[in-house]
Design a protein around this ligand. Sequence first.
Ligand code: NAI
Length: 682
Amino acid sequence: MTDVVTVEREGEIAWVVVNNPPVNATSTAVRAGLEAAVRQAQDAKLAVLRCEGPTFIAGGDMSEFDAPAAEPHLPDVVQLIEDSATPFLALLHGNVLGGGFEIAMGCAWRIAAPGTRFGLPEVNVGLIPGAGGTQRLPRLIGMEPAIDLACNGALLKAEQLLELGGIDAIAGGDLIAAARAFAAELPARPVAVSQRPAVGIDPALIEGRRAEIAKRAKGATAPLDNLEALQWAALPFAQGQPRERARHLALRRSSQSRALRHAFFAERKIARPDAITGAAPREIAHVAVVGGGLMGAGIATALLNAGLPVTLLERDDEAAEAARARVRELLESGLKRGKITEAQLGERMGAFAAETDYAKAGAADLAIEAVFEDVAVKREVFARLSAAMRPDAILATNTSYLDPREIFAGLANQDRCLGLHFFSPAHVMKLLEIVKTPDTSAEVLATGFALGRRLRKISVLSGICDGFIGNRMLAAYRRAADYLLADGALPYQVDSAMRAFGVPMGPYEMQDLTGLQIAWANRKRQADSRPAQERYVTIADQLCEMGRLGQRAGKGWYAYEEGSRTPVRDPEVEALIEGYSAAQGIARRHFAEDEIASRLLAVLANEGARIVAEGIAEDDAAVDMVQVHGYGFPRWRGGPMHYAAAVGWEETAATMRRVAEESPGSWIIGPLAERERPSAED
Ligand code: NAI
């Protein structure tokens, strides 16, 4: 008996208690403990399985998933519980997820605290359940809700599961007392869930759901694996369950599941960067936002949605009124989509003020500046803010490219200054780059991370460089794509190659969607500091000069029919590209899709490796999560660094060398080849 599971007798009840913080995951020790507990409970009338801490068993121990599965295996443990001569009652609270739900389904009865959440979230990490989840759940609650849980990762509240017949009762108050009362009047033991009749399959239901699931999956394969496994519930359990187990074990070794598990752990890692270790965040109760344009209005909306009062400062009354209208419009779009109620809209507008007098924001704990991308304008804003606010109030800039050190130069108490770089639209996009200057204190950074959590963002710590982590990588990616155009590819080929890799949009479609102006302005800004030997492809500049600024202008890298957002190849653009190559004396050549993608991915990994080596990002996890949450990199690919490691760093380095050799003087090769090849890759 291991101490993560204990068995205590109380009259005819055997209390089986799991205590494996933080979430009682079904580690090897827990599985072994449960196996022993079933034996120890044999002479009791009822075994009650419950968990210590804030939750029932909330899943498997994913840190064990890279190694071969160790005994005892979870499906065998669930079977032992189901077959036990002493029937089991599961007492459920918190999250009953994955292996936890599978164990609960092996019990004869299930009683839950109100609000307990149930799910089979294996799909989120590229897996199917491995201990009978896809076989028992449809037998327990029917195929349709089982599809939602297993294929879409949906969660059910105890109240919903009770209605579906998935639990026997909800017990408010003392769960343990409820179990005792249940034991006192023990009903007849029901047929075990696995022994209920096989589930009939309605082909129309499955086909209908298949299309919808495939669309949502965006290239991830596990949702359809789950749909397939659920249909094995039409077989006798003794046939369906081993199939499920075999597929589960195979998927653990799949590249998608490895990538998704990497993303899962990376998210947890980046939330606690070394730079904030031991630092406690400050309380933020009121925020000032300066500038109510595209970004400022989005940031204000995000803050209001998180329950924070906002005072927005604008240049003049007219601009303040426009900012207020923008914020209202963003909140109203939330109302239309059913995200907030009319009353909440009223509350949020009530917590919002658009002003021109900085004194009105004097009591704010934090100011976020989102005015024009101009150092002089930003400096003046911060001078006024520091005069109006407490000397320790936190000052943040949302600049995309400017150096925060220049923006904050001359201010008192620079340990309170940082970058909070939101992505557009700021009330929607998950990514937040938290930019540290050499002076930013750990406490102020920790406050940035706490704010990010409150806004439900994925926060990534970044040091200072041109474009921080995300836009610096984007610039390298676009430059590499432009070299491909000059050397022989066309925009649609580059876009199609990257879509085939799994991004929702290729680089040129994406530029058309967001507009070509910002990058154009950047290239002009960088012209003086660009290394003289660096290859500079002028095609994008030529398009901008022609007014081809993207979808909003009706044309960009592609043509758009009136009122349509569908990119159409444009002979004018393609002739311009071919003309550019000819003028440069370049003999255009064919690039296969695979080659296009592998080059662009090597460039991303190279830039990421440099960013890590320079200490701009703490680790690969930070780079990967910036790409996944800010730039549409497919989560099931893990991020460019994980992908490069899976391909092999040596191969990535070789591709990068080829890219660099073709454009001499244009690329700095980072530390790629010297990275270890991870041993656990398939
Ligand atoms: P914008 O032009 O839409 O909005 C700027 C706003 O600032 C305008 O409403 C203007 O009236 C106001 N403003 C200008 N000077 C002011 C002053 N002295 N005091 C008060 N308000 C003033 O610009 P956008 O796109 O919102 O960008 C703002 C900042 O956010 C820039 O630094 C930009 O680089 C950064 N950013 C932009 C992103 C984007 O996708 N547009 C993404 C991330 C950051």
